[in-house]
Each structure stands twice: as C-alpha cells, then as structure tokens.
Design a protein around this ligand. Structure first.
Ligand code: MN
Length: 479
C-alpha cells in the first residue's frame, strides 16, 4: 500500500511583514497556497483555501480534489465580495493527494497559479506543474527563454488564481507513484531565490522530509528572502513499483472554469473533469465526477498569516470585477506599499496588449529579409533582420561554404556587422563577389533550424489521455 511521509517548513522572509503563504499536511494530502491582496486579504485567501480543500476533499478521487479546489475558489470569491477589507484577495494553490483511479493508487497533482510541484525520481528533478503566469506563457510560446523568465520584472503577474472569478479552471494530473519518489511543493519564494539545480541538490539529500524542507527554506531566506517561502517535501514508499520515465506515468486532465458552488444553484453534480487533448486547452471527452457535500468548518493544521488589518485604511474604491483574462499580480519584491492588485491587473492588461502588438510588428518586420552571419565558422545567410533576433532565434537559411578567412576585408566586415539583404540570392552573390579566391563553384546547403516540438506520443497510448511535454529535467550530481 502506497505510503506518504511529509515534512514542511515556512518562513516569512527578510522583507515581508507577514506570511501570506499557507500550507496543510494531512495523511494523504498536502496543500500549499500563496495568498495575495492588500491588508490581510492574502493571508485569509490562502488560509481559507487550505482549510476548505483539506476539509472537503474526502472522497479519495481526482474529481473530489478538483471539486474541493473549486469550492475553495468560490469561498474566497464570496468572502472577498462580502467584506470590503478583503476585496481583491486571491491565492494560488497546488496540492498532491493520494487517490484511487480505475482501481489503482495514483498521486493527483493539482495547480492554479504559480506555486509549483516538482518530482525527484532516479536523480532527476522535473517540474510537474505549469505556472499560470505571464512569463510562463511567453516561455511556452517560445518568446522568452527560461533564463530570462527567472529575472523578468513581471514574473509576479499571474494569469489564473483562486478567488478572482466565481469559477476556476484547475490543472490536474495523475502520477503513478514509484518507490523512492520525492515530491516538492513550494511557493514562488523558493524558486525565485534558489536556482533549480541547487533546489534539486538539496532535495536529493537523503534526509527526512522535514529537515530537507527546513534547509530549502533557510537557503531561500539567506539568498534574500524577498517573499514568503513555503516548502513541503513528500516521500513515497511501499508502492511495489520501480521508477519509470515520467512520460510513461504522468497524465494530464483539465477542468472548465465552471462555478459549481454558486449560492443559488447549490452543489452540482455535472461534469467535473475533462481530459485534455493535444493542442486544445479543454478536450471534449468528459469524466463525470460527484461533488462533495457542504463545506465543514474545521481547523487548519498549518495556516500561517498573522497580518493585522491596517488601522485607518481607507475603504477601497468600488471597481468593476476584472475580466477573467486579466493578469493578476502577486506581491512585490521590494516590500513597497502594495497597490490593489486589480489596479495593477488592469494596467498589466493594457501593457500586455501593447507588448503583443509591438511583438507582432517586430516579428513581422524582423521575420522578413535576410542578414549575414556565421555558423560554426562558416559564413551563412540568416533569415530575418538582425534586430529581429531580439525576439526570436534567427534561422540559418543558407550556408555559403566559405569561412571568414576566405573573404576580402569588405566581405568580412559585412559579415561581422550582420549586413541586411532583401533576398537570399543578393546576399549569396555579395559573398561570392567578396571571396579572395576566383572559384565560382560553391556548395550551398539549406538548413532550417528546427523549432522545439513536443514529444511524439508513443504508439499504443490511450487516445484520450496524453502525456504532457515536460520541461528539461535538472540533473542531480551524484555525491
Ligand atoms: Mn509568493
């Protein structure tokens, strides 16, 4: 029988006055939530979420967990609407729970927002969740490198969170557990301060989960602690299974952003889960799942957040609710006075529109024309204007067969300054005319640098269930 052993730690960090993260460790379920919103809202949103999810996810299935997260979303949304001092609050949530699925024990992984779940297995650490953040969206679309994303000034901008709308789409996966699996749940206060390969190193230490969790928190705190840090480490044993590659044992589900728990219509037993198909955010196939009963009040085992309401704080202005697609901003890095998140969200939405337009324009112009450069010391013609490389990797259109040494001074200069040309033939002609040799025969090869493609499905994969393209694993050096 699959056994889970968890250990956790949380610290407020060096900058924040209060801890707005919450977490909860139950027998077969661990939850991390990172709250946001002025005054005490963030702490309330995250504490409410871990409490509601822990109390209502009692059915032991993936559907129950998704339903519990949607219930928590509705609770936070209602509380924010009912109390002006909580208006604008929201929270991320990620969780791992042991569930039964088609007769076998599986680990459910759920996520909304930018808290993360990682798996360390066989010396590899891989991120199991996808962040719902602006920068992550840009990375997925190939517009931003993961390295740039780590230091991007807008990395706090969320595209999805609990408490913002009456219904929420929940990302959900099932992981077939294996002996020796170690999972890590954390708020962004950890991975924004500590590099992933260092996280993997610390996670691989053969110590008890709680000690490892405390070490990870301490390292993020010492690295700056610009945000609250929460870490849960979960060890898996007694599965009777050896680790397999993630692609063979990890399946993705998703849910529509439905409001299952509106006050008027009450609990609803309609479709909860939809299996995700490749390339479509929500597949057509559906798995029906029962929803749980009324939320039960209970005490959260672990819920941080000792923020006091700020005395004399003015009532926030009445504003229309943000549109579902408006980005949501969590926290700030410098501890400055926090603006109402919606105000930032509206601004970020407008800014995003401008950025998208600018991107489209530059991509269009930058993607036309050609320029000179070198590849492996060989002079080549690249597709795109040189300043188009601000946005995307240039693609080699033609290799000329010449090295820089084969060119006259003028030709060399043109290559070194990446001179632009309107078409390939002119660019090639220019190089040929500027060679130091009189040879007129040149060999040219057309090479197109392939864009990264998602992994191909192995044959025999059940159709409705599709493995998710995974981020590159981090290798843990063996001691
Ligand atoms: Mn945070």
């Amino acid at each position: 029988m699959t056994t889970l052993q968890a250990g956790s730690a949380t610290v407020v960090g060096q900058v924040r006055a209060a801890n707005e993260d919450s977490h909860r460790v139950l027998d077969d379920l661990v939850i991390v939530a990172d709250g946001m919103g002025g005054h005490r809202g963030g702490a309330v949103a995250s504490a409410t979420t871990v409490q509601v999810v822990g109390d209502t996810a009692t059915g032991g299935t993936l559907e129950d967990l998704v339903s519990a997260v949607q219930r928590a979303n509705r609770q936070v949304f209602d509380d924010a609407r009912a109390d002006p001092s909580l208006r604008g609050m929201g929270t991320t949530v990620c969780l791992v729970g042991l569930v039964e699925h088609e007769g076998s024990a599986e680990l459910a992984v759920l996520n909304v927002g930018d808290s993360r779940v990682y798996l360390l297995s066989g010396g590899l650490m891989e991120q199991l969740t996808e962040d719902h953040s602006l920068v992550e969206t840009l990375v997925r679309e190939g517009r931003l490198t993961p390295e740039d994303a780590e230091v991007h000034p807008q990395r706090n901008v969320l595209t999805r969170a609990l408490g913002v709308d009456p219904g929420v789409a929940v990302d959900a996966w099932l992981l077939r557990p294996a002996d020796g699996d170690r999972l890590l749940l954390c708020s962004d206060g950890l991975f924004n301060e500590v590099a992933e390969d260092r996280i993997a190193e610390l996670l691989a230490e053969p110590d008890a989960p709680e000690l490892v969790a405390r070490r990870l928190c301490a390292e993020a705190d010492a690295a700056g602690g610009r945000d609250n840090i929460t870490v849960v480490v979960l060890d898996v044993s007694d599965t009777g299974r050896a680790p397999e590659p993630l692609v063979d044992r990890y399946r993705r589900f998703s849910t529509p952003a439905v409001d299952l728990f509106g006050e008027d219509d009450g609990p609803n037993t309609d479709t909860v889960l939809a299996v995700v198909g490749t390339g479509s955010p929500q597949g057509e196939a559906a798995v029906a799942g029962p929803s749980t009963g009324e939320p039960v009040a209970g005490e959260a085992e672990e819920s941080a957040g000792d923020a006091e309401p700020e005395p004399g704080a003015a009532e926030p202005p009445v504003v229309p609710p943000p549109s579902p697609s408006a980005p949501i901003v969590t926290g700030d890095d410098d501890g400055a006075v926090r603006r109402s998140w919606w105000r930032v969200a509206v601004f970020a939405g407008a800014l995003l529109g401008v950025v998208v337009l600018a991107f489209a324009a530059v991509t269009y112009v930058g993607g036309t024309g050609y320029h000179l450069g070198t590849v492996d010391d060989e002079v080549a013609v690249y597709r795109g204007r040189t300043w188009g490389t601000l946005w995307f990797s240039p693609q080699v259109e033609v290799r000329t067969g010449y090295s820089l040494d084969d060119l006259q001074a003028a030709g060399r200069r043109a290559v070194e300054t990446n001179r632009d040309f309107d078409d390939v033939a002119t660019a090639e002609g220019f190089i040929t005319q500027n060679t130091t040799t009189t040879t007129t025969t040149t060999t040219t090869t057309t090479t197109t640098v392939p864009l990264p493609v998602p992994p191909v499905l192995p044959p025999g994969t059940p159709t409705p269930v599709v493995p998710v393209p995974l981020p590159p694993p981090v290798t843990v050096p063996t001691p």
